[in-house]
Ligand binder design. Structure first.
Ligand SMILES: Cc1cc2nc3c(=O)[nH]c(=O)nc-3n(C[C@H](O)[C@H](O)[C@H](O)COP(=O)(O)O)c2cc1C
Length: 194
């Protein structure tokens, strides 16, 4: 069986981010299911707010090119986002937008090619009771538009501060089962698409 490479990213750079806590909790189960995993910290890929003039004058920021390379080399992507006013965070959208732009110096590995044909799963966290479920549909739509194959399984973890234990397991066993199921489906889909 092949070993798909899965990138995991949280849509928040906050130090105590709940989204990152769930993203980090996915690493061991993804590895157990046979994936080669890496947690991407968006803070390590700083990009200015997208502006077409910046792109015309200076091209892509180095961080966008570096992240494009990571994306190009993966077969699957897990995105865990907080919900900001019912949608994804500006940090996540800005990162996805910059990485969607073609880099003429790197024609093979840039633009749409970094996303298309790869598997993706979407998850959300919130300190509130709803688990950020509204962001899941926006995120699914955006990733689908970018050409990723977003698996049907998804998860919104509410009251995430309490729901995600220090051991990286979800306190609710049924929710942990859904988490495991979604991660397994992501690895299977990435493997089949590779
Ligand atoms: C601008 C803004 C909008 C927010 N909108 C929502 C929302 O629509 N739904 C929700 O559950 N929480 C909302 N929150 C609260 C976030 O879920 C909370 O700050 C969360 O901890 C941020 O994610 P993080 O912990 O991964 O950084 C909002 C927070 C901010 C700053």
């Amino acid at each position: 069986m092949s070993t798909p490479r899965i990138l995991v990213m949280a849509g928040s750079a906050r130090r105590e981010s709940l989204a990152r806590r769930l993203a980090a909790a996915s690493l061991a189960p993804l590895a157990d299911k046979g994936a080669d995993v890496e947690l991407i910290e968006l803070a390590d890929y700083p990009m200015p707010l997208y502006n077409g003039d910046l792109e015309s004058e200076s091209g892509l920021p180095a961080a966008a090119v570096a992240l494009q390379h990571k994306l190009f080399d993966c077969q699957g992507l897990l995105v865990v986002s907080p919900e900001y006013n019912g949608s994804i965070t500006p940090l996540l959208k800005n990162t996805l937008d910059w990485c969607s732009r073609p880099n003429p110096a790197d024609a093979e590995r840039s633009g749409g090619a970094v996303y298309a044909g790869r598997a993706a799963a979407v998850m959300a966290t919130s300190p509130g009771p709803m688990g950020g479920v509204r962001v899941l549909f926006h995120l699914r739509d955006i990733l689908g538009y970018l050409g990723l194959h977003v698996i049907p399984q998804q998860l919104g973890v509410g009251q995430a501060g309490k729901a995600i234990g220090a051991d990286g397991r979800l306190a609710d066993e049924r929710q942990q089962g859904m988490f495991d199921g979604a991660l397994g489906a992501l690895v299977d889909t990435a493997r089949r698409l590779a």
